[in-house]
Structures are given as structure tokens and as C-alpha cells.
Design a protein around this ligand. Structure first.
Ligand code: CP
Length: 309
């Protein structure tokens, strides 16, 4: 029987290298044996509750698809329909959802909110995004996709471009990739740089980090380019958002500067920063990345609430 070292998945800090390698192996097994019509009966009789208090297409549906693929069942509620709107605390919400489900998957706009749900819960809790905090399952899905294409991660130069200040996916991804000894080039407008605390954590691990605002100049040095959208919902001043939203665009001209082997990723949704004209390029992996989310989330659900592995 194999389990992760922590009962919840709240932060990528809950995962050591052995955990990550185990999740990647399980996800690969699930991807190789996936049969849309025939579930693997690992979570037969188990129930997953999802509580999304922020919009989601991919994360919510891929967790739901993963649970169905494991022969489990799903209960879902949005924040707007929940008793959070009546003032119920996040801790009580976690305790209540635990009466109905064997695992809870939650997204909420406040940084640290999912930790509070886990404090009240008596079943495993997975953070599906807490404000500008973290999005750990997305980071593992990204790691899985990069590894599937580059096999050996050590020494890769990974460029991350866009809204590095607010992008919770990149806050989680950098910490996960650091465990595989990649180096980073962070490309952003000066007002949307990666938080200093995260840079300091990477430097303390002796991970090489460069920062620039020039994507074209950095392009040729990259083995992977991870693109993010500027997060409109995190700006109080919409004019500033409008000025910054298309500071970087990955299009036919830009990808001519990339290596022939450079993978292009995006957690999606995209809102103009990747031109659909490049979708057919073999380096564009973002829709494959979405599909990989099913297998990674199958692995997470099986490892956190299964007992048959
Ligand atoms: N990548 C991601 O988190 O997408 P959703 O917001 O659609 O879940």
C-alpha cells in the first residue's frame, strides 16, 4: 500500500521528491491504461465533494472526470450556492463536507482559505486554488507534461512569462520544478514580477534564477516556455490591467526564436497571450497539458483516499 507523506494536498511544500515521483508514476500508469468507458474500480463507493468559490472549467471538471474514472462518485457545489454566503466559517464548512464525502476538493479567492477548510475537515482536502496562493495539482500536471516531453528534467532552462505576481500556478510550479534542479528565467513587466519571497526560497536551494522583461531576447535560451495570462480578477484598477494584459504575446514570430525542442505550456484559460495560429505547432502542449490533468488527479485521489494501491 502506498500513500503520500501528508494527509492533505494544500501546498506543494506538502510533497517531497518521493511523493512527486510516486504521483508521476501512478499518473503514467493511469494514462497508459485509460479506457473512457471502463472505470478502474479503485475508489468504488467513495465520494468526492467539490466546493468552488471561484470559477473553474479545467480543474473542477478534471477532478470530477478523474473521480468517475476511478468508479467513485461526485457531489459538487459552488461558493455562491453554499452556506458560506450566510457566514458559515471555512472551518465549519470543512467539517460539514466531511460528513458527506471521503475527499474534498476546494477553490476559494482568499489566500490560506483551503488550509482553514482542512483544519475543520476529517477527510483529505485538496487545494484547487486559494487566491494568489497555490494551485498544487496544476503544478504536478505541468511537471508531468514537461517530463513526458523532456524525460530528464535536471538542467532544463524553464522560462515563465506573464503575471508572475498573481499567478498561483507558477508559485506552485517553481517549487515543484526546483526539486528536479531546473533553472529559471522569469519574464515579466516590472510590476508583475515573481514575489521576492519565492525567489529567495529558490536561491536558498541554489536554483539559478534570471529575471528580465525581454521575452524575445530570452527565447533562444529556453528548453520550455510556460505562458500565463495577466489575471484581471486580481487588479483593483482596470486601466492598469488593460495596459499590461498583452505585454507579451506568443505568436508565429515569437516561436521562430525558440529551439525546435522547446515545449510551450499554459495552464489556460488564455485571453490573447497565445495566438491560436500556433496551436498546430508540435511544441504547443497546452491542450495535452489539460488532458494530463485527468491522470494526475486520478493519481492524487487514489493516493489520498484509496486503500488498494
Ligand atoms: N488551469 C486552471 O486552473 O483552469 P480553471 O480555472 O479553468 O480550473
Amino acid at each position: 500500500m502506498q500513500h503520500l507523506s501528508h494527509p492533505h494536498l494544500l501546498s506543494v511544500k506538502d510533497l517531497n521528491r518521493l511523493d512527486l515521483d510516486l504521483i508521476l508514476r501512478r499518473a503514467k500508469d493511469f494514462s497508459e491504461n485509460f479506457s473512457p468507458k471502463t472505470p478502474v474500480e479503485l475508489l468504488h463507493g467513495r465520494v468526492m465533494a467539490t466546493l468552488f468559490a471561484e470559477p473553474s472549467t479545467r480543474t473542477r471538471l478534471s477532478f470530477e472526470r478523474a473521480m468517475l474514472a476511478l468508479d467513485g462518485q461526485v457531489l459538487s457545489i459552488t461558493g455562491a450556492d453554499s452556506s458560506l454566503t450566510k457566514g458559515e466559517t471555512l472551518e465549519d464548512t470543512g467539517r460539514v463536507l466531511s460528513q458527506f464525502a471521503d475527499v474534498i476538493v476546494a477553490r476559494h479567492p482568499e489566500h490560506g482559505s483551503i488550509q482553514r477548510i482542512a483544519q475543520g475537515a476529517t477527510v483529505p482536502v485538496i487545494n484547487a486554488g486559494d487566491g494568489i496562493g497555490e494551485h498544487p495539482s496544476q503544478a504536478i500536471q505541468d511537471l508531468y507534461t514537461i517530463k513526458a516531453h523532456h524525460s530528464n528534467l535536471e538542467g532544463l532552462v524553464v522560462g515563465i512569462v506573464g503575471d508572475l505576481k498573481h499567478g498561483r500556478t507558477v508559485h506552485s510550479l517553481t517549487q515543484v520544478l526546483a526539486q528536479y534542479r531546473v533553472s529559471f528565467v522569469f519574464i515579466s513587466h516590472p510590476s508583475l514580477q515573481m514575489p521576492r519571497s519565492l525567489i529567495a526560497e529558490l536561491e536558498a536551494q541554489k536554483i539559478a534564477v534570471q529575471e528580465t522583461d525581454d521575452l524575445r531576447q530570452a527565447a533562444a535560451s529556453l528548453d520550455a516556455l510556460y505562458v500565463t495570462r495577466v489575471q484581471r480578477e486580481r487588479f483593483s484598477d482596470i486601466e492598469t490591467y488593460e495596459d499590461l494584459k498583452l505585454a507579451y504575446q506568443v505568436d508565429i514570430n515569437l516561436i521562430k526564436l525558440l529551439k525546435p525542442s522547446c515545449s510551450i505550456l499554459h495552464p489556460l484559460p488564455r485571453v490573447g497571450e497565445i495566438d491560436p495560429a500556433i496551436d498546430g505547432d508540435k511544441r504547443a502542449l497546452y491542450f495535452e497539458q489539460v488532458r494530463n490533468g485527468i491522470f494526475v488527479r486520478m493519481a492524487l485521489l487514489a493516493l489520498l483516499c484509496g486503500d488498494n494501491l
